[in-house]
Structures are given as structure tokens and as C-alpha cells.
Design a protein around this ligand. Structure first.
Ligand code: NZQ
Ligand code: ZN
Length: 371
């Protein structure tokens, strides 16, 4: 259907952007090309997006789109391909350096983007965000704007059946992180969105192990894919403040070590939650009881809160995710470098904020908890 969908969105000259090899090997890229050819939509190709996508390929894509008068970008792949496509879409119609958007300038205008998703994870298929790593300095930063939210996304669970178990698990972890980052709020009386987030977390806890056990389980893949979209298109985050410090902390890990974003989050979330738990211990106790089935200890709610964090940690371990720096391939001696880039790099002012504000010293302490 992709050729017809692009036509319906007014696309007449398309850039098909894709990753390393998975979409070629599975035959998906050929199917996409055939669909465009059937609708007589001319296209150019740009492959080679790597996980944790880089600025260099974005610049190449921008030049190609201008040269070829491209008016629609089709991402075929995962979050990395989609984010690279979004960066190219915004950069092509902008006079300045596209990196301006990754230092705080909001994206107001972009070429339209559509996606054929091949991994349930980042949620970029429904989000107005893009995360790119700038090769000079290796800064991994995000940009935002509704102009880059995809015009359509094709979510076919069968396309995710070729994923290796590690990538499947990293995706599950990322989806759960997007739910937790929204759950950790300072807004009061947000029961509707609390309950929606809890429902999605329960779904992930049920479906995750099923798909790890049997990668061909279409139904589990389908539920996870839909949860991934719901987790990050902000349907469950409306009207509430959100956290995102865990994502900031993790992005330094995947920037420095090129690890999978989800794997970095599996190590980051339990550490950061343990560190910030006392900011609102009842919120952590609530998720522990409602999602993880922990017993509420009214005299010592911190005991319940901690049990919920341990249950989350053990869940990540059970699906094959790393539990500490060593398993992730990170090094304790790099902590000053990680903190420096996190809190001072690329225009930051010495701290990060969300659920709480974390100073450089706080961030160093969080990284130390991961060792
Ligand atoms: O490059 P190929 O060969 O396609 O291989 C990919 C890649 O190695 C492989 N893969 C994808 N679909 C496959 C497959 N292998 C076999 N069968 C399939 N069906 O999986 C590997 C990982 O792909 P990637 O696109 O990097 O994964 P993901 O979707 O997890 O994206 C991660 C990126 O998204 C960012 C992350 O920071 C990271 O850079 N994020 C983007 C967000 C957003 N835009 O809203 C929010 C997230 O929080 C996240 O930060
Ligand atoms: Zn994420």
C-alpha cells in the first residue's frame, strides 16, 4: 500500500531511506520499490543508516533531496532510520545548519515523512522527535516539532519477526522506559493517564516474555508494536509533566559506546529510579503495587517503592538485557567524561531536569550506581 499512501499525501518524488542490511535481506525494500513503481512514483535511494544515527549521513541526505527535488521521505526501518529521515526532512527546507534544531530550535517546517516500521522500540513512528549524534564531539541530542511527525506509519508486526532476540528485548525495554518517563510526573490528579500507562506496562510484562520465548509469535509482536506506538505518540502523556532524565543519561552511553539505546536504558532506569525515589516515594510505591503486584507497606512505603524498582530490574535481566556497566561495555573511569557531556556539552548549563533536577554531581552518582 505504501505507493498509494505516498500519493494520497501528495508525494511525487521520493527518497527511500533505510539502514544496514535487514530491509534488503528480508526482501522488504524490493516490495517497497515495487509498490512505488506500480503507482509510477519516481524515487531515489539512500541506505546505510547505522543505529544511533550520525550527522554525516543526514548532510548527504539533505544534499541529495535538494539535488533531486525530493518532496517526500519514506523511512524503511527502525527508530534510527526514521530519525535520520526526519532530520533530512527538516534540514532540506532550512537555510541554516540542520544541527540548530538539535540545540533547541523548534522544527516548524519539514518535508513530509512516512514510515514502514521494522522494529517496535523507539516510537519514532508516532513521535514529533528525532535523535541524532553529531560526529564532531559525539553529542547525541534530540529535536522536536509536529512538522516531523510522520504523515503515516505502516505497522506490520510480521516485519518484526526477523529481529534478533537482543534487539527485540532492547525494544521492549525502550517502550517501557517511555511509559515510565511519563509516569514520573509532578502533576497532580492525573488518574486517567496513570491508568493508561499502567495498562500498557502490564501488556509489556505479559507480551515481552512470550515473544522472547517464541520470536514468531505474531499476536505478541502485534501487541508490542501497538504498545510501542501508544507509549510514545504521547496519547498517555497529555496534560502531565514528564521526566526524561533517564533518556538524557542513557543517550550519553549510546553516544560513547554505541550500545543499543534500550540496553543502555535497562542499566539506567533502576539506577536513576533508586537515586530519585525519595522525591515522591508514593509514586514509586503506586507503580510497584499496581503494575508489579508488590505488597503495600504503609509504614515503610520506601520498601514497596524499592521492591517495584527491583522487579523492573529483574524483568530486564529476564529478557536478556544487561544489568550493569560491565555487561553493557561501559567503564567506570569514563564517568567524568559522561557527566561532562551530559551536563555541559552542546550548550547545557550544568544540570538536567525532569521529575527532579539533577546536578552534575547527582548524575555522577547515578552512573556510579550502574557500576
Ligand atoms: O540497520 P539494519 O540492518 O536495518 O539493522 C537494524 C539495527 O541494527 C536492526 N533491525 C531493525 N529492524 C529489523 C532489524 N533486524 C532484523 N529484522 C528487522 N525487522 O535493529 C538494529 C536497531 O535498529 P534501530 O533503528 O537503531 O533501533 P530502534 O528503533 O531502537 O532506534 C534506536 C534509536 O532511536 C532513538 C534512540 O536513541 C536510537 O538512536 N530514539 C528515538 C526516539 C524518537 N525519535 O522519538 C525516542 C527514543 O527514546 C529514542 O531515543
Ligand atoms: Zn527511548
Amino acid at each position: 500500500q505504501v505507493g498509494a499512501l505516498i500519493g494520497a499525501c501528495g508525494g511525487t518524488r521520493v527518497l527511500i531511506h533505510y539502514g544496514g542490511s535487514s530491509a534488503v535481506k528480508s526482501g522488504l525494500l524490493d516490495r517497497v520499490k515495487a509498490s512505488l513503481e506500480k503507482e509510477v512514483v519516481p524515487y531515489a535511494l539512500l541506505g546505510g543508516v547505522q543505529p544511533n544515527p550520525r550527522s554525516g549521513l543526514v548532510v548527504q541526505g539533505i544534499e541529495l533531496c535538494r539535488r533531486e527535488n525530493i518532496d517526500f521521505i519514506l523511512a524503511v526501518g527502525g527508530g534510527s532510520v526514521i530519525d535520520s529521515s526526519k532530520a533530512i526532512a527538516a534540514g532540506t527546507v532550512y537555510d541554516g545548519d540542520f544541527w540548530d534544531f538539535y540545540t533547541g530550535k523548534r522544527i516548524e517546517k519539514a518535508l513530509p515523512v512516512g514510515t514502514v516500521l521494522t522494529i517496535a522500540a523507539a516510537g519514532s513512528e508516532g513521535s514529533p522527535d528525532s535523535v541524532i549524534t553529531k560526529e564532531e564531539g559525539m553529542f547525541k541530542r534530540g529535536a522536536s516539532g509536529d512538522a516531523i511527525r510522520p504523515k503515516f506509519s505502516i505497522l506490520n508486526p510480521a516485519l518484526t519477526q526477523t529481529l534478533p532476540p537482543y534487539q527485540t528485548a532492547a525494544g521492549i525495554t525502550d517502550i517501557m522506559a517511555h511509559l515510565y518517563e511519563r509516569y514520573l510526573t509532578n502533576s497532580k490528579e492525573v488518574e486517567v493517564t496513570d491508568r493508561l500507562i499502567e495498562a500498557l506496562l502490564l501488556t509489556m510484562i505479559h507480551e515481552g516474555p512470550r515473544v522472547i520465548e517464541n520470536p514468531d509469535n505474531y499476536d505478541a509482536r502485534a501487541n508490542i508494536m501497538w504498545a510501542g506506538m501508544m507509549a510514545h505518540n504521547n496519547a498517555v502523556g497529555v496534560g502531565r509533566s514528564q521526566d526524561w532524565t533517564s533518556h538524557d543519561i542513557e543517550h550519553e552511553l549510546s553516544a560513547l559506546y554505541d550500545c543499543a539505546h534500550g540496553a543502555g536504558l535497562a542499566v539506567t532506569l533502576p539506577a536513576n529510579f533508586t537515586y530519585v525515589m525519595h522525591h515522591d516515594v508514593m509514586r514509586f510505591a503506586k507503580v510497584a503495587v499496581r503494575v508489579w503486584g508488590c505488597q503495600m507497606d504503609f509504614d515503610h512505603p520506601e520498601v514497596t517503592a524499592k521492591a517495584g524498582i527491583e522487579a523492573l530490574r529483574n524483568f530486564f535481566i529476564s529478557i536478556g538485557m544487561p544489568k550493569n556497566f560491565a555487561e553493557l561495555g561501559a567503564k567506570e573511569e569514563d564517568i567524568p567524561k559522561l557527566v561532562d557531556s551530559l551536563c555541559y556539552g552542546n550548550g547545557r548549563q550544568g544540570s538536567i531536569s525532569g521529575f527532579t533536577t539533577l546536578s552534575a554531581e547527582d548524575c555522577a552518582n547515578v552512573y556510579r550506581l550502574m557500576v
